[in-house]
Design a binder for this molecule. Structure first.
Ligand code: UT7
Length: 343
């Protein structure tokens, strides 16, 4: 029995914003952003776009691919996606920027819009580790019941709406986007999701936080909200945590899966800062070329970075059947973890 990835998809908004565009509005520069993070651009959602819009687009692309259509014609794509959407049993949507606080979940909105009428649907919040957690959660739900065969796992974020655009220390780091994967339970052997390791260290919960709007600090009627609704981050603390988390997770995955460096075809890390990946590569003695990096193009899209990368690699033919891939992520919570996947 295996859990195979049978389709991937991504979606980003139309508006592409360069570092120079930001430097025209705040006190920063292309040189600082590139040298400190590796970021060159990010995609920013329109005022009318919510998390579910990007999630649905990525989901339809993944569903269409699972149904055998990978082309660019949107009518054909939609037709292919609708047919297979009916067969999805579970939708897991990882996000920290849901359409609504609390209820309804964004997963339920997606379920309705893509026509996955038979699917259970729920959101999960594991911040930037969300897709890794989501894959394992969905696989667990498929494995535990003989009645479930297929799941849709989505990481989707509209971070631009929860960023303080006057805080140069955070606003240059993030972008909007979504990635998705359709997974299927099959009788095949040694393929697909082999195992996952999931971790959390809640003692670091204050390092990356959106303070207002929950039951700890609710909005009050008549109050003018001008602070606390945006992402606050202790960059240095998160940086140190991230290097340790990525290093220890890769090490633990290799031990748990009995994998040597030479066995790994590609590591797909959460794209938060190229320097974090470079530091981990050095500490582990794993060549940097084994790590897939696309942060230059998209910046940090939180739960979406890994599925966006997987889709890029998949569609470009970069991934070959049987390739051994490690994903590794870290983020708010604090959470971290990784998956071992035979493509
Ligand atoms: O997915 C969520 C996980 N998040 C992360 O993984 C983020 C982890 N943290 C980081 O990636 C890094 O800590 C940052 C990229 C956020 C910051 O890099 P840094 O090398 O740690 O910079 P810093 O915070 O130590 O700031 C150095 C200087 C400061 O100026 P002074 O005090 O030395 O004069 C900052 O004010 O850089 C300044 N600075 C900027 N300058 C130009 C901070 N942001 C900017 C900016 N443009 N955007």
């Amino acid at each position: 029995m295996a859990i195979e990835i049978i389709g991937t998809g991504k979606a980003v908004p139309h508006k592409k914003v360069s570092n120079d565009d930001l430097a025209a509005r705040i006190d920063t520069s292309d040189e600082w952003i590139r040298s400190h993070t590796g970021i060159g651009y990010r995609y920013i959602a329109d005022e009318s776009d919510a998390c579910s819009n990007l999630a649905c687009e990525a989901a339809k692309n993944a569903l269409a691919m699972a149904a055998g259509y990978s082309g660019a014609d949107s009518t054909q794509r939609d037709r292919a996606a609708v047919g297979i959407a009916e067969t999805i049993d579970v939708i897991i949507l990882a996000t920290v920027t849901a359409d609504y606080y609390g209820t309804p979940s964004t997963a339920c909105i997606v379920q309705d819009r893509i026509g996955a009428h038979g699917a259970a649907a729920m959101d999960i919040n594991a911040a930037c580790t969300g897709f890794i957690y989501g894959l394992e959660t969905a696989a667990g739900l498929l494995n535990i019941s003989p009645h479930r065969k297929r799941a849709l796992v989505i990481g989707a974020e509209v971070l631009s709406k929860v960023i303080n655009w006057n805080d140069r220390a955070t606003c240059v780091l993030f972008g909007d986007g979504a990635g998705a994967a359709v997974i299927e339970k099959t009788d095949a052997d040694k393929t697909g999701l082999l195992m996952s390791l999931l971790f959390a260290d809640g003692s670091g919960n204050e390092s990356l936080v959106m303070r207002r709007g929950g039951t700890r600090n609710p909005f009050k009627k008549g109050e003018v909200i001008d602070a606390g609704i945006c992402i606050e981050m202790n960059g240095q603390e998160v940086y140190n945590f991230a290097v340790k988390a990525i290093t220890s997770t890769i090490d633990s995955l290799m031990k748990a899966g009995n994998i040597k460096i030479d066995d790994i075809d590609r590591i797909v890390p959460h794209q938060a800062n190229a320097r974090i990946v470079q530091a981990a590569s050095k500490r582990l003695g794993i060549p940097l070329e084994k790590f897939y990096l696309n942060i230059e193009e998209y910046a940090n899209t939180s739960s979406a970075t890994i599925p966006i990368a997987l889709d890029e690699m998949n569609r470009s033919g970069f991934l070959k059947k049987g390739d051994l891939i490690l994903t590794v992520g870290f983020g708010g919570g604090l959470t971290y973890g990784g998956n071992i996947i035979y493509w």
